[in-house]
Write a protein that binds this ligand. Structure first.
Ligand SMILES: Cc1cc2nc3c(=O)[nH]c(=O)nc-3n(C[C@H](O)[C@H](O)[C@H](O)COP(=O)(O)O)c2cc1C
Length: 159
């Protein structure tokens, strides 16, 4: 049973969730970064505008081959009630995911908007089936991280 977790994290919250997932489920991590890093200012100006338009950034992975994995986890921060331009590009770069199961999650301050719906649609367009989703806010991040870890472990043991 091989699990991978593909994520973007600007300020570290989503990364910490993924590190916990790696420690508890043995998942391989693929952190995806933009070629042009955002500053605090450009994240809220350019980044939010690009997120609102559903655009894709240039990223540090040309393609992400997930053909050797049985379960794929994808995590994003919420920007302007949507997925980030970095995770949009990461999902677009997935190769070999047809027919695989995916679990998606997002972290946010408290206003998730349409983010998980957008992520689910993009992941399913790459041929994966989303079998679970978890939204985390700053108030319930610990509890929801536990929920995600349990969901991943339970799913992995039944595959
Ligand atoms: C540019 C930007 C836009 C954001 N937009 C939202 C938003 O629309 N709704 C929300 O609840 N939180 C929003 N946040 C807060 C982040 O989603 C939240 O802090 C998230 O957990 C950060 O994850 P990260 O540390 O992995 O980058 C925004 C943060 C940034 C930097």
């Amino acid at each position: 049973m091989k699990i991978c977790c593909i994520f973007h994290s600007y300020s570290g919250v989503t990364r910490n969730v993924c590190i916990k997932l790696k420690n508890e489920s043995g998942s391989d991590l693929f952190e995806v970064k933009p070629l042009n890093e955002y500053s605090k200012l450009t994240a809220y100006t350019k980044g939010c505008l690009r997120a609102r338009k559903g655009e894709k950034d240039s990223i540090d992975h040309e393609s992400i081959d997930i053909s050797s994995y049985d379960l794929v986890i994808i995590g994003t921060p919420v920007w302007a009630w949507k997925t980030t331009p970095v995770i949009n590009a990461a999902v677009n770069a997935l190769e070999g995911g047809e027919g695989k199961k995916a679990i998606i999650f997002a972290t946010c301050g408290g206003q998730p908007g349409e983010s998980l719906r957008i992520l689910k649609k993009a992941v399913e367009e790459k041929g994966l089936t989303v079998i679970g989703e978890v939204m985390m806010t700053k108030n319930d991040i610990n509890e929801k991280t536990e929920q995600l870890v349990k969901l991943v472990k339970d799913t992995a043991s039944n595959l």
